[in-house]
Design a protein around this ligand. Sequence first.
Ligand code: GBH
Length: 447
Amino acid sequence: MTFELPKNSKMLQPEFTFGVATAAFQIEGATTEDGRCESIWDRFCSLPGKVLNGDDGTEACDHYHRLEQDLDLIKELGFDAYRFSVAWPRIEPAEGEWNELGFAFYQRLIDGLIERGIKPYLTLYHWDLPQYLEDKGGWINRETAYRFVDYAEKITQRFGDKVACYTTFNEPWCAAFLGYRRGEHAPGLAEDRLGFQAAHHMMLAHGLALPKMRKAAPKAKHGIVLNFMLAYANSDSAADVAAAHYCNEENNYFFLDALLNAQYPESIWQKHPDWRPMMLPGDLAIINTEMDYIGINYYSSTLIKAGSDGADYDFGESELPKTDIGWAIYPKALTETLVNYKKRYPNFPAVLITENGAADNTPIVDGKITDDMRSQYYADHLLALNDAIEAGVDVQGYFAWSLMDNFEWAFGYSQRFGIVHVDYQTQQRTIKKSGLEWQRFLKARSR
Ligand code: GBH
């Protein structure tokens, strides 16, 4: 089950970047060391019933203490780039106080990557808001957007063009809608109106920060990362088709319309006037700032049918195979997602696939992890991406999620996305069979 692409594939050209991704809270641990303050995820984990098995991030993969070893691993696997996130609570542990020990850790990380010939891709916000900002309303409070801008400026001024690519936000959909609308993620609030308000403030923060980031790091690329889960209608019935269409507007195109067309889909406010967030005149123009790329995290697609009991839509039961976390496997949706962008947005910037991967919880047996489902998932999605490129989509890179098994948010340590296995008792890392496939594939490229 080796990963194979057509010989003439653009993905085999030297300009195409292959990387691997992680996020700070999911791997670092050391949550009280070197001046780091509490984040909303530390708090959320401490609330009973929020995270499976009561798991938390206090140790995680102990990456904070195993940095060099983990960087060696990325090198050994042969990736061109590493996508990581910075923990805001390490950098600004109290409002307006900038922590040198926090900067120092990421300085070592970035320098360590460069020494090894690996390009650093830095995400500013992968969901770990300092708790003191949540105490003032978090993303419901417009002020948080301005605090983010200060943080973004400090980071880009410090690391400048050493970082190849900066991302403002990872998946504002998750951070706003799971965090403030559904209560499944930190901070655990659950009100539609709050979800849209949080989303708007994240978009605003992105739009305000990006031009300043570009100024501080003019040679680096700047953009945002969105998760996108294409909704297909459960049947040809007009009601199902309309429900799927609405689901896409509300969950997927909501962010892109604002970023690229300076508007939110009107269909949402028509159905739900009270969900319209508070905005100031000019906000949408700020959000509509030029980007070098849009990162897409692609995992799965959904089947949507007409809603019952007044719901806008319901989920259908798909016949598709699923990964261990229960998400349908449908590589063709990756191709279609990207092709659809080109149709809806003539001004769509370059695309990076910033995450793609599968939960495959195959256990370690005699020191080996035979995670064939994950390898198949990667093989099929690489081909689906190549199809999109052949259809004319400008895709410049692909990042596997994830370097190693880690804290999978509300699922705790129960779901394993790594191409490297982590034994949480001993913190031993073991490259899985899928990791070896990656190694072979990356090495075989002629460059
Ligand atoms: C990403 O989010 C995160 O960026 C990353 O931190 C995380 O570890 C990784 O993916 C794996 O989860 O139950 O059918 O409604 C993933 C975005 C959004 C994908 C919600 C799945 C729900 C599927 N996810 N979606 S369903």
